[in-house]
Design a binder for this molecule. Structure first.
Ligand code: PEP
Length: 249
């Protein structure tokens, strides 16, 4: 059972314009958010500064990606130092869209996460199985392989949140049942307890992502090993995101 504070992240992905993001920020600033929740939103990199400057400081800002190491001759990339320089506090790593569309491998993701932590970004480390992996009973093999790469690279887990995001549930409207999610969350916590320590396992937040909405979040949040959410589509609507934030209490 997790003892950490409830955590809700909004992943805006590659969506928005200056105008629509100004509207989303002002909607978020107008919502009532419970005190006892850590809240993070991840705008597209190009809009991070706009969000840092306009969003209430109650909500922290995350990047969706960073380069694997320090800056230099890496055309098109943005470094952890640069993200930090403009007020970014978090980095999402290992998201399934980056693993499966961009081809990022677990060891690369582990290195990127370690580098971000070394530059004082907090990390949301994502893992999750594809539908065919679940159907062939490989869910735990896949998740533990992905987690092992983080274990191999990360010097400390105090600034890390683990997100379990089954690929078949992301952006599909097919949310995992509370029981399906709880089964994996509890297995992740047990595994981290064996690989790291019982303290890390108890304190780490393990959040669920995949078609979370204002209508299904409170049932999921009742599960004992679900410590929050990573929200895609529903994070683009301020009031619905606030409902999800407030569903943990
Ligand atoms: C995500 O991409 O992290 C995600 C969970 O997306 P959605 O909520 O849209 O399924």
């Amino acid at each position: 059972v997790g003892t950490g504070k409830f955590f809700v992240g909004g992943n805006w992905k590659c969506n928005g314009t200056q105008e629509s993001i100004a509207k989303l920020v002002s909607d978020l600033n107008a919502t009532t958010l419970e005190d006892d929740v850590d809240i993070v939103v991840a705008p597209p990199a190009i809009y991070i500064q706009q969000v840092v400057k306009s969003l209430a400081p109650r909500i922290q800002v995350s990047a969706q990606n960073a380069w694997v190491g320090g800056g230099g001759a890496f055309t098109g990339e943005v470094s952890a130092e640069q993200l930090k320089d403009i007020g970014t506090k978090w980095l999402i790593t290992g998201h399934s869209e980056r693993r499966h569309i961009l081809g990022e491998k677990s060891d690369f993701i582990g290195k990127k996460s370690a580098y971000a932590l070394s530059k004082n970004l907090n990390v949301i480390a994502c893992v999750g199985e594809k539908l065919e992996e679940r159907e062939s009973n490989h869910t735990f093999d896949v998740i533990f392989e992905q987690l092992q790469a983080f274990v191999d690279e990360l010097p400390s887990w105090s600034n890390v949140v683990v997100a379990y995001e089954p690929v078949w549930a992301i952006g599909t409207g097919k949310v995992a049942t509370p029981q399906q999610a709880q089964e994996v969350h509890s297995a992740i916590r047990k595994w981290l307890g064996e690989k790291l320590s019982t303290e890390v396992a108890a304190q780490i937040r393990i959040i669920y992502g995949g078609s979370v909405t204002g209508a299904n979040s409170s049932e999921l949040a009742k599960q004992e090993d679900i410590d929050g959410f990573l929200v895609g589509g529903a994070s683009l609507k301020g009031p619905e995101f606030a409902t999800i934030v407030n569903s943990g209490t």
